[in-house]
Design a binder for this molecule. Structure first.
Ligand code: FES
Length: 168
């Protein structure tokens, strides 16, 4: 009996047979490599976090995919990271890899991760699915911004200036 992962592997890694009658779209076909299929079928760091230090919900308006991502930060590093995705195989696999790459990194390094880093770590992704890799990286950066916003001392520079001059 095949596993769910093997079923997906079978579906996404086979080349179409020459005599198939369906119309093959122009451009590269969806030949996902084994690593991408593994991250799609067994995504890492899936879940939610109650006590997150940073959170983001982002979406891709062009396809409707959405993603939520939570981070916990300890001593300036990403100590834990979780995500949930309503997305395509490319979005799920690349988001999974983005969390793997971010886990344990100092915030200053994690914010430099790019979609190319994710794609390289996954050993490639079909060309017209590259945009999917922006979901995980975009959510990570938004969660870092949220974390940094929460770390700001109370009151903005303008608030502090207003208090100093007794203006409200
Ligand atoms: Fe929307 Fe992949 S098709 S993120």
């Amino acid at each position: 009996m095949s596993t769910q992962s093997e079923d997906w592997m079978d579906l996404y890694s086979k080349e179409p047979e020459a005599e198939q009658e369906f119309v093959i779209p122009e451009g590269p076909l969806l030949f996902y490599n084994e690593l991408v299929i593994d991250h799609f079928t067994n995504p890492r760091n899936v879940g939610e976090m109650d006590d997150a230090d940073g959170y983001a919900l982002i979406g891709d308006p062009s396809c409707g995919d959405q993603m939520k991502l939570w981070i916990k930060v300890r001593e300036g590093r990403i100590a834990d990271i979780k995500f949930k995705s309503f997305g395509c195989p490319g979005a799920i696999a690349t988001s999974s890899m983005a969390t793997v790459l971010a886990m344990g990194r100092p915030i200053a390094e994690a914010r430099l991760l790019t979609d190319d880093d994710v794609i390289t770590a996954l050993e490639g992704i079909p060309e017209h699915k590259r945009h999917c890799s922006l979901m995980g990286v975009g959510a990570l950066l938004a969660a870092i911004r949220d974390y940094e916003g929460r770390c700001q001392p109370e009151g903005t520079t303008a608030d502090i200036a207003a208090k100093k001059h007794d203006i409200s």
